[in-house]
Every structure is written in C-alpha cells, then in structure tokens.
Design a protein around this ligand. Structure first.
Ligand SMILES: *Cc1c(COP(=O)(O)O)cnc(C)c1O
Length: 397
C-alpha cells in the first residue's frame, strides 16, 4: 500500500479530499473498502513482530483496519490533532473519552445543557462507579471555577449546545480547567470541524458523533476522539482495543466519502439556515429565535471570537406550547420530523418530547426547552422552498 503525502500544508477543503488515503497496488482512485475482520501474515516471525508492535501492519479490525485508519488520519489532519481513534458511535466516543482516564474518587464538571445521552453518562452512570459529577450553567464562568475540586480530572461541554444553541466560551473554560489541573473535553458536533476548532481554542480533547454532518446523508453511525498522542496512548488506545466499541470498516469507508463533501455541505446548509433564521426572526407566530449566526444571539461576541460562521441549526419557539409546536411540525411538507441532525434532508425535532423527554419538567425549563421549542436542522434543499414550507406551516399555529 502506498500512503498519500500529508496534506496538512493545504487548506481544509483539500485535506478533506486527500488526507490519509492509502492506495493499494491496483492504484484505485476512490478509497478501497477493506471489508475484512482480520489479516494474514507471510511468516510466523512477521506475525510475532506485529503482536509485539515492532511491525506497524494491521492485526484485527477491532484494533484497526485500513479504512478506519484512513478515516482517522483524514480527521487528524482536518482537526489539527496529533492522534485519534474512531468508535462505533458518537456516544462510544463520548463515553470512552470521559470514562477511560478516570477511576473511583475522581470528579467531573460538565455543562448541564447537553445531548441527553451525554447527560446520562455524566449524571447517572459515572456516580455508580464512584466518580462524582457536578453540573453547572456552562455560560457562567464563576460556576465552573467554584465547581472545580482538587480531584476534578475532567471538564466536559458542548458548544453550541443541544438544542438551545447556547455558545460557551471554550478558551475561558479551558483556562479554568487547566488552572484546576483538569482536562477539557469538547463535543464539537453542533459546530462541526468546519466552523470551530476546539483544540486551537485550548481544549485538550475533541469528540464527534460522525453520524451527524460527517456522514451527512443519514446512512451510518460513527464517532471519533481526537487529542494529543499522549492522551490517546495513555488512556484511550488500550481501553478501546480491549472493550471493543470499534467502528465498522464499512462505516469508516462511508464516512471517508462523507468527509470529501463535508465543507461544501456544511457551507450550503449554514447559508440556508441563516436565510431561514432571518425570516423566522420577524414572524408573528414565533416568540423566540436562536441562531448563532445572528447579531441578536445572546452570546454573539463569543460566536465571533471562536466560530468561523453560524450554524446549520436553528432553535425557535412557537406560540401555543406543545399543541402549537406539533401543529407546525405536522404541517411541514419538506422538513421531516426526526431526532437526527446534520443530514442532507432538513429535519425538525421537538426536544421536550424526544431527545430531552427523560429530564424532569423543571430541568427542561432551566435549560430553556419549553413545550413550544423546535430544533431545525437545515438540509441541502433550496432555501426558498424551505422558507415557503415554514410560512405555510406557521399559518396552522
Ligand atoms: C448525536 C450526538 C451524540 C451521539 O452520537 P451518536 O452517533 O448518536 O451516538 C453526542 N453528542 C451530540 C452533541 C450529538 O448531537
């Protein structure tokens, strides 16, 4: 196999197409699919050397595989990380990045506004293994400072948050974490690697659900952890190999192809979201609109400081509570009701009854997830068709 030259001196769009490509002796244009569980060795000596780590070849697809390796290398060069490990899902990446380095007696601080399953890991799962956790209002830097204890090892946040699109100051929170001797892990799914680079803002670890924009066409699940070589080799490498939440080679191949078009898709979806946000902002049936690309976003200054553009997502609240929101969702003809995001197809979600239904009503209220709140993920349809669809649907509210 021949390895393509490193593309890190090129711009992100070029890296997304070329980084990490491993070409077989057939010289294929598109990355080949290595749908194999294992590998064979020419000699027993070669096999021994692989197992000792003296020969860098592949061993078994739970450990790695040419497609997984290509996907990791492409993400490493896009994100500007030293190392990465792909996982079966975004939640496998989040759970591993948080859990693998910790032991009983450690402490975690996290922003309370986060993806429902991440909140389960921090709030419910960790304490069962003797790891305490404190949830804070991620926008309030004083709360982060006060929550850090001598045994705090990890701070965790996502920004923009799901689903209310709060934008947390990653640089300031990284500094607070480091002063307390903790690492900062950022779930960068909502921002995408195109619009935000947490490692360059001071974060130590970045995690993605590749299921979202990286696939971007609703086909497969995947995740990835990116960080320093030391973090991966000390905490992640062995944990993933032995516990086995590995990415399938087939999914790695799909996600590699997804990366080729990531920048083009995210840019188009962001432009569409911005146009729709402007229309919704002045609509009489809408009581609240949150879009990180608008100057009326509550953290517009932080957006400007740390993001290269707005978002492919919009949050808004319609009149009439749950009934109003349901009427709007049911009347939409193009945007489909789903709990997913980042897809080529526009998707709408009612967080209070889906992704965040597990939370108590008071916890939802605290996060700003009201009964009339809707999350919209812009797809690749024509913006004007989506706007016409929203205008007719909001007439029903
Ligand atoms: C979807 C999502 C996850 C989980 O990813 P899966 O691939 O579904 O496991 C984690 N964090 C955020 C912010 C997400 O949107």
């Amino acid at each position: 196999m021949s390895e393509s030259k490193s593309a890190t001196r090129h711009r992100p769009e070029t890296r997304l197409v070329h980084s990490g490509t491993l070409r077989s002796q057939f010289g294929e244009t598109s990355e080949a699919l290595f749908l194999t569980q294992g590998f064979v060795y020419a000699t027993a000596e070669e096999c021994e050397a692989r197992f000792k780590g003296e020969d860098p070849g592949f061993l078994y697809s739970r450990f790695s595989n040419p497609d997984i390796s290509m996907f990791e290398r492409r993400m490493i060069e896009l994100e500007g990380a030293e190392s990465a490990r792909a996982t079966a899902t975004g939640m496998a990446a989040v759970t591993t990045a948080i859990l693998a380095p910790l032991k009983a007696g450690d402490h975690v601080v996290a922003s309370k506004a986060m993806f429902g399953s991440c909140r389960y890991v921090v709030e419910d799962l960790l304490p069962r293994y003797g790891i305490q956790s404190t949830l804070v209002d991620g926008l309030d830097l004083d709360q982060w400072k006060k929550a850090i204890r001598p045994n705090t090892k990890t701070c965790f946040l996502e920004s923009p948050t799901n689903p209310t699109l709060d934008v947390l100051d990653i640089g300031a929170i990284a500094e607070i974490a480091h002063q307390g001797g903790a690492r900062l892990i950022v779930d960068n799914v909502f921002a995408t690697p195109i619009w935000q680079s947490p490692l360059s803002l001071g974060a130590d670890v970045v995690v993605y659900s590749a299921t979202k924009h990286i696939d971007g066409q609703g086909r497969c699940l995947g995740g990835i952890i990116l960080s320093s070589e030391a973090f991966i080799s000390e905490h992640i490498h062995n944990f993933l190999r032995q516990t086995g939440p590995s990415m399938s080679p087939f999914n790695a191949w799909i996600l590699l192809k997804g990366l080729e078009t990531l920048a083009v898709r995210v840019r188009a979806q962001t432009e569409t979201a911005a146009k729709i946000a402007d229309v919704l902002a002045s609509h009489p049936k809408i009581t609240r609109l949150i879009y990180p690309g608008r100057t009326d976003h509550p953290q517009a200054a932080t957006v400007k400081k740390q993001m290269r553009s707005g978002s492919t997502l919009i949050g808004f609240e319609v009149k009439g509570g749950k009934a109003g929101a349901f009427r709007c969702l049911n009347a939409l003809k193009i945007a489909r009701i789903s709990n997913n995001l980042g897809d080529a197809k526009s998707l709408v979600t009612h967080p209070a009854t889906t992704t965040h239904q597990r939370l108590a009503p008071e916890a939802r209220a605290e996060l700003g997830i009201s009964e009339g709140f809707i999350r919209f993920s812009a797809g690749l349809e024509h913006a004007d068709d989506l706007i016409e669809d929203f205008v007719q649907a909001l007439e029903r509210v």
